[in-house]
Design a protein around this ligand. Sequence first.
Ligand SMILES: Cc1cn([C@H]2C[C@H](O)[C@@H](COP(=O)(O)OP(=O)(O)O[C@H]3O[C@H](C)C(=O)[C@H](O)[C@H]3O)O2)c(=O)[nH]c1=O
Length: 184
Amino acid sequence: MDVRRFEIDGLVMVKPRRFGDERGWFSETWNAEKHAEAGIAGPFVQDNQSLSRVQGTVRGLHFQLQPAAQGKLVRVIRGRILDVAVDLREGSATYGRHVAVELDAEEGWQLWVPVGFAHGFCTLVPDTEIAYKVTAPYSPAHDRGLLWNDPALGIPWPDFAGAVLSDKDGKLPILAEVGNPFPR
Ligand SMILES: Cc1cn([C@H]2C[C@H](O)[C@@H](COP(=O)(O)OP(=O)(O)O[C@H]3O[C@H](C)C(=O)[C@H](O)[C@H]3O)O2)c(=O)[nH]c1=O
């Protein structure tokens, strides 16, 4: 499995091997032992999937507060996204900094977003589907967010980002208002 790490510790991308043949390919998209070797341990309690029909759909930036904070293992099963994670860990040397990476169904890279980060994405083509595993169940009472296009974040969204955005996401607070949702 290919592994890619970032200056922001904790975030990691993995690419499980694909076994191709004349029919197509097979891949173990989650393997506890192999993912653990890359630092992705789970345990996962819920699988999510979402379809976004319009290019430029933005979902996020979201996180859940403790004790419902979620680690997320994100992959694209159709289309392509710019996937973004923002470090919100109190005292982190990279607090407020982000990673923005393209994930697509063709390549099969996955992004591990540990607890302590806000997560979101913009779709880069129509009819994009993502599937992701989370380490804690959905908890509306603990659901929080960060405004996707807060200038202070400096996220390089594509020009068409925000073509579709939920009302909720359009009203999320900026980083200066979010503060430290993940205290040490
Ligand atoms: C997240 C979630 C949502 N829902 C229900 C609640 C709403 O009725 C509906 C849509 O929820 P929401 O608008 O929050 O969906 P997204 O905007 O795709 O949210 C996700 O967006 C970014 C990418 C994330 O990282 C999170 O996983 C998640 O917040 O699904 C559930 O029933 N369970 C869930 O786990």
